[in-house]
Design a protein around this ligand. Structure first.
Ligand code: SF4
Ligand code: SF4
Length: 446
């Protein structure tokens, strides 16, 4: 059966069609407000952005949602989880680092009007174990405790590409983002005998120039948090049997020909993301999880890289649904039908035309990875439906915009104050207020 996906369009041309107002429109149209009862603790799960990433969602969206949840009687908190050491210089691996990064990106209690909570705790080991017999590849998952224990979960997702996942949507926001650190090892297939990074990476130590000739050898020595690399004078050793798949070496040993990026861990990851999303929904309760996808700044790579490239396509719009599979499918379809952004990676890879698959050609780390594998897996395991009905929301005239602290028009609000102290200096220059030329030549400056 087709799932409903509510959609607020991709243009913003008035206060009523601001993306903030659009988000509230689809939130209510999809009846996500009805998930929340008075005193419910409501997790707003988002990606707070890596150090120097600039495409992550501005905090105003989470703030607005938190205010809305409070108006419904709920107790919101905004949350994200610690990461693996997925590059040599990660900035969110511990709660300490993550708070520093999140606050630098604007995710403070002051900005949000509610706490920002690292859902899996100091080390990323605060979690809840979920059995997953229905999983396609995972048979268990470890859900970040603050998410698993929430009464309601609103998944606020920046929809974009992802180098490993190919797409970063609602499925990935929970399938990676709601997993604890050990949950992320599980989803990345760390230690998997057939698809793990240790089992599948092609390793050519004979190509290593070693300490004698490689100017960056120290990074290879120091990139792995488990110390699995030993750089020698003219070669390198790797204890691959102990590899847990954290990916930290990708920014060090890959690129010189000594190690490749194997395909199997990435394809396995796609299936595991859908499984782990399913586990998150099970932990909170199927009728207690809602999804909002913000299809803006659709960068080729995820918010977990330390930069953000030009969007692959112009904004695709704001979506909401109770089905994570359907909402991601709708977003992928919108990106496919969109023209690519001139000068973007879509153009670089010759997929800028409407109808071309942008993500698997311009975002995926390895050519040929499917941009639908997460979605297909989600449909296979019964998490949701690839069939969807896209319902356009009509913006209401004044419902969701305005300065909520005082909703009266400016004249009514400031008449009394301005009568006490008029900011316009009427006592100067015969009431004109300022010293200026009476006439100027516009032609000269046109
Ligand atoms: S693996 Fe590559 S980057 Fe690392 S020391 Fe050897 S040659 Fe240098
Ligand atoms: S070798 Fe394995 S454990 Fe070490 S950084 Fe690479 S993926 Fe992580």
């Amino acid at each position: 059966m087709a799932s409903k996906v509510w959609y607020a369009g991709n243009r913003s041309y008035s206060p009523a069609t601001s993306y903030v107002a659009d988000m509230l429109e689809v939130f209510e149209a999809a009846e996500l407000d009805k998930l929340i009862k008075p005193n419910d603790v409501v997790a707003i799960k988002l990606h707070c952005g890596e150090w120097n990433n600039t495409a992550y969602l501005r905090p105003v969206y989470a703030r607005t949602l938190a205010d809305k949840i409070k108006s419904l009687g709920g107790r919101p908190f905004v949350t994200d989880t610690t990461t693996l050491n997925y590059n040599p210089y990660p900035a969110r691996v511990t709660e300490l680092d993550m708070r520093f990064t999140a606050e630098r990106n604007g995710y403070t209690s002051e900005a949000l009007g509610c706490p920002f909570i690292v859902a899996d705790g100091w080390m990323g080991t605060d979690d809840v174990h979920i059995d997953l017999p229905e999983g396609y590849i995972l048979k268990e998952a470890f859900i970040a405790k603050a998410v698993a224990h929430a009464d309601v979960l609103i998944t606020l997702t920046h929809f974009k590409g992802h180098p490993m996942g190919v797409i970063g949507g609602a499925l990935k926001n929970l399938g990676i983002g709601a997993q604890s650190k050990r949950g992320k090892y599980n989803v990345h297939l760390g230690g998997h005998p057939a698809y793990g990074m240790g089992a599948t990476t092609e390793f050519h130590p004979e190509r290593c120039k070693g300490k004698n000739e490689c100017p960056t050898w120290k990074l290879c020595r120091d990139c792995c948090p488990y110390g699995l690399f030993n750089v020698k004078d003219d070669t390198i050793e790797w204890k691959r049997e102990k590899c847990v798949g954290c990916l930290a070496h990708l920014g060090a040993t890959v690129g010189c020909g000594v190690m490749d990026i194997p395909r199997e861990p990435l394809e396995g990851l796609h299936a595991a993301i859908a499984d782990a999303c399913m586990a998150t929904v099970k932990a909170v309760g199927k009728d207690k999880v809602g999804f909002i996808n913000m299809g803006i700044d659709v960068s080729p790579y995820c918010d977990c890289v330390m930069y953000a490239d030009m969007p692959l396509v112009p904004h695709i719009g704001i979506f909401a649904s109770k089905d994570p599979v359907a909402i991601d499918m709708a977003c992928v379809d919108k990106v496919t039908e969109s023209e690519g952004t001139p000068g973007s990676a879509a153009e670089d890879h010759d997929v800028a035309g409407s109808g071309a698959k942008k993500f698997e050609n311009a975002a995926a780390l390895i050519h040929g990875l499917s941009e639908q594998a997460q979605i297909n897996t989600g449909a296979i395991i019964g998490l949701g439906s690839k069939e969807y009905e896209l319902i356009k929301v009509k913006p209401s005239a004044t419902k969701y915009y305005g300065f909520t602290e005082d909703t009266r028009p400016g004249g009514a609000r400031f008449k009394k104050l301005f009568s006490k102290e008029d900011p316009f200096p009427r006592d100067r220059f015969n009431g004109q207020g300022f010293k200026r030329e009476e006439k100027i030549d516009f032609e000269k400056i046109r």
